[in-house]
Design a protein around this ligand. Structure first.
Ligand code: GLU
Length: 285
């Protein structure tokens, strides 16, 4: 027999189903109808996803001809595969344009050496971290600069729209920050002597050095001085989409696909052999 309270509860549930698309009384989330513009529904139905990636940021995303390669590219492919998506379209982004391209709907997610910051969270949402690095400096080998403490009165290059732009003002207020459109221009600026140093995430700086064609002329100056957890950026208010990405990232960690990709790029004998200070703690199933 249904009590008055039970009837009220049923009514409340029915209303919630209509209004909110779910009333999971058994502790599971009931799947509601897909709201308009639901990226999860569209991508999963079409089995096609557009991912914003870097084209000039070794070893994360580099484009040669039509072909993309890099750690982020491999993570993007593996992530899509894990989600059952066969068709991946890569769209080039830069540090300065990636959030705008995401908000404009040009891409469904961004996997582009992008640090999760609270400031960026005002415009875009992020997955859980899938990588971590920190910023340091790249200088000419003969430079007197040894650490960021030597930057006072000198010029330091940063990529427009990158975290470097903001950190430099805090850690070395007397340095002159010069902005470059992308990483290719940043390296060219250092090579041409337009700036005394360039700053970014250390793995990226090592990537630029390695790809410069003259690595012996360039060196890293000092240890990492920031923490940069990388996340997959998605448009705001797409929680089904973001949750699906989070789950797939955790699965890539659990099934060790993440480790295989990391080994390929950073393991013993790999092109960028180094310690990666990252570990993921997947949440319970
Ligand atoms: N991870 C830093 C950032 O998100 C620097 C690298 C980049 O801009 O892609 O700003």
């Amino acid at each position: 027999m249904t009590t008055t309270f039970g009837r009220l509860l049923l009514l409340a549930c029915a209303t919630a189903v209509m209004l909110l698309g779910g009333c999971g009384g058994d502790g599971r989330e009931a799947a509601g109808p897909a709201p308009a513009g639901d990226i999860f529904a569209r991508v999963m139905q079409a089995k096609k996803v557009r991912i914003g990636v870097k084209a000039d940021t070794p070893p994360f995303g580099v484009k040669k001809g039509e072909y993309y390669s890099g750690f982020d590219i491999d993570i993007a492919q593996a992530l899509a595969h894990q989600m059952g998506i066969d068709d991946v379209e890569f769209v080039p982004v830069t540090s300065a344009t990636r959030s705008d391209q995401l908000v404009a709907g040009e891409v469904d997610m961004v996997i582009a050496s992008m640090t999760i910051t609270r400031y960026r969270m005002r415009r875009v949402d992020f997955s859980i971290p899938y990588f971590q690095d920190g910023q340091s400096l790249l200088v000419k080998t003969a430079s007197p600069i040894q650490t960021y403490q030597d930057l006072g009165g000198r010029s330091v290059g940063a990529v427009k729209g990158s975290t470097t732009q903001f950190y430099m003002r805090q850690i070395s207020p007397d340095a002159k920050v010069v902005l470059f459109a992308d990483f290719k221009a940043l390296l060219a600026g250092l090579e041409a002597g337009d700036v005394d140093a360039i700053s970014s995430d250390q793995v990226i700086l090592l990537g630029l050095r390695k790809n410069s064609g003259h690595p012996a002329d360039l060196r890293i100056a000092g240890a990492r001085f920031t923490t940069e957890p990388y996340g997959v950026a998605v448009p705001q208010n797409q929680s089904r989409w973001r949750n699906a990405i989070d789950v797939a990232l955790m699965e890539l960690w659990e099934n060790r696909r993440w480790h295989t990709i990391a080994e390929t790029w950073f393991g013993a004998g790999a092109p960028y052999e180094m310690e990666i200070p990252f570990s993921m703690t997947p949440v319970p199933r």
